[in-house]
Write a protein of this length. Sequence first.
Length: 614
Amino acid sequence: MRRFITTLAILLVVIVAGMTALVLLVNPNDFRGYMAQQVEQRSGYRLALNGDLRWHVWPQLSILSGQMTLTAPGAKQPVVSASNMRLDVSLLPLISHQLSVKQVMLKGAVFNLTPDSEAQRPANAPVGPAGNNPDEGVTHGWKFDIAELRIADSLLIWQQDNGEQLNLRDLNLQLSQDSKRQAHIELSSRINRDQRELLLNLNSDLDVSRYPQHLTAAINQLDYQMTGADLPKDGLKGQMKMQAEWAGDNQAFSLKNLSLTANDSQLDGSASGMLGARPQLNVDLHSPLLNMDSLLGLEPDSADGGQTVQAQRSGPGPVISRPVEHDNANSPLNAMDGNVALTVDKMRWRGMDFDQVKLRASSKGGLLNLATLSGKAGSGDFSLPGSIDVRTAETMVKLQPTLKNIAVAPLLKAFALPASLSGDLSLAGNFSGSGLTVPSFKQAWQGNAELTLDNAQMAGLNFQQMIQRAVERNSNRVRGPADAAKENNLQQIKGNASLNNGLLTFPGLQGHSSMLDYSGKGQVNLASQQADMTFGVTVTNGWQGDDELVKRLQSTPVPLRIYGPWSGLNYSLQVDQVLRQQLQDEAKKRLQQWSDRNKSSDKNSSVEKLLKDM
């Protein structure tokens, strides 16, 4: 045992002595020019190392540098700058005065992807024919030939084409590759913008053996979480996995085995496309559950007992982040063409539950055609073909909705309207307008529709009971059923409706039930939440008492007006007109009978004159 320990000690002394000798005999500054030359030959970028290079021997033999910069040809700013850099090197090649870098580590680095850090062509440089370099715009001069690269606690500044700047903070990256150029990436970062924060964690494997002509990647896991202004209270979080492939020759890409979760929603499927002057994108997705309320931060408003749906978000974004006027110039639909196929098993939108939702759409030149947008809701179904046009500053929408037996109360709630009407709605119409939001529908849409409402009930408005009580207050000759308030008097309503910038007009409505018939017309102002409707209501059954008056009530419409704000509707019921007419008709009848019996009376002429005046 003592001999073994002695041998280990001698071996350790030899290793330490050897490393010490190398450190003393090999000056790391001798590699300064070689490293700068190799970087420039391989990538065209200029590497500058300020200060002396020095050895670091534990736990890994390394070369430490002071401030370093990496600059593209002709650029005003370096693309990479760091206060220090560490190069982990192999020991044995140093014996022959060769530098073999195993890992490059940067900590606290700043990466500038801005116009000032891009390579600039000299003013007197010759210009080759367009499209002469097929790799231009794909490789940007980069080529990764280092076994491992580590970046810790760094910052990436990316300025987009529209001038907006995106900062990736707390950037941590570990990139490694083997001799066959099979790479592994682990990345984490934090992105802040407009009072929103996005956390990312990526684990991926890449095959870069044929890059830039061909690249494949397996996104093993991408975790994300987004919180902040104009987002749901609990934010958006989820995971993504997929297989990605890039073909540099024709700038084509494909995403297969795509799996994405966002809160409680899931998506899976595939996507493919081509980049270029006019990118093409084709998407085929399936979702077991798509909860738009969770994604948009929509929850029932507790202030009105859940009668409407309100946005429950973390707070509004900063004023500076909101454009004064909406402009579709930067809309993705104006930047690319493509096709979308989406199938959703279960979907929730503004409190409504849908099943078997199907979307088939194609976009070309900023015009999105909705060939199919259909699904089921409860015992009914819907279809909403149409188009969305973003070629102008305002989004123009055209829809041809067809609804069959859709519950109307949840639909009213979804459009932030009082759910005072229940029943099954069937509708066929044609609508158009600007904007895709509910407020836009209430203020800037036009159209018309034919509608039928089966099993209809109006909350708080029992026409039969209203008329019965009014008649009983004005006359004791008839009465209605004692349990009229308890009767489930379901109605069928048919008619037409037209919408004009928030003003919903009903030119003619016809209603029928087992107890009453009525017709009506009027207007509802969606923007100001005001209504003004007039009805002629005839209670056809349930009367008891004077036969003549009962017949009159069963055949005469009673004028009814409902008007005022939704929060406190008023009504005017003119029963006295019907009763006065009945009394007048009865008086005329009796006077006529008296006149017929007393034609020779000297008072007959006066009675005849009175009958003519009545």
